[in-house]
Design a protein around this ligand. Structure first.
Ligand SMILES: [Zn+2]
Length: 130
């Protein structure tokens, strides 16, 4: 799948599907850092430092990002979902392709107890790369 399309579809899925889920709820920096340890648990290497920052501008909106060993979570995106997304990038998955989504969903299922079948089904409806 074309990377721009994969990105657009994944963002749309995240924005809409997770609105009513606990992983989409805004958290304190303390809660985010504690959850990050659980997400990173099985991954070797140093966990990135996490900041509540401005974010980076994308399509006129400030978005969270990962760069090197830093993750910056923008306002309105200080939730476990965005945190997990950025941590997957930090684990070495640069593009929003099938490999990225596999790792992402494994973490959402194992760390945050989300229902895998429902994730897969809904992701399919949004055209997320599967
Ligand atoms: Zn991303």
């Amino acid at each position: 799948m074309n990377n721009a399309i994969a990105t657009r579809n994944l963002y749309r899925f995240e924005e809409i599907y997770f609105l009513d889920h606990a992983v989409g709820k805004q958290r304190t920096l303390r809660e985010i850092k504690s959850a990050a340890k659980r997400v990173w648990q099985k991954h070797r290497g140093k966990m990135p430092k996490i900041y509540f920052g401005l974010g980076t501008k994308y399509n006129g909106q400030y978005l969270s990002y990962q760069q090197g060993d830093e993750i910056h979570l923008a306002e309105g995106q200080r939730d476990y979902l965005t945190l997990t997304h950025e941590l997957v990038h930090a684990m070495g998955y640069d593009y929003h392709d099938k490999k990225f989504v596999d790792v992402y969903f494994d973490l959402l299922e194992n760390v945050f107890h989300m229902h895998r079948g429902e994730l897969e089904l809904t992701a399919g409806l949004y055209g997320v790369d599967r």
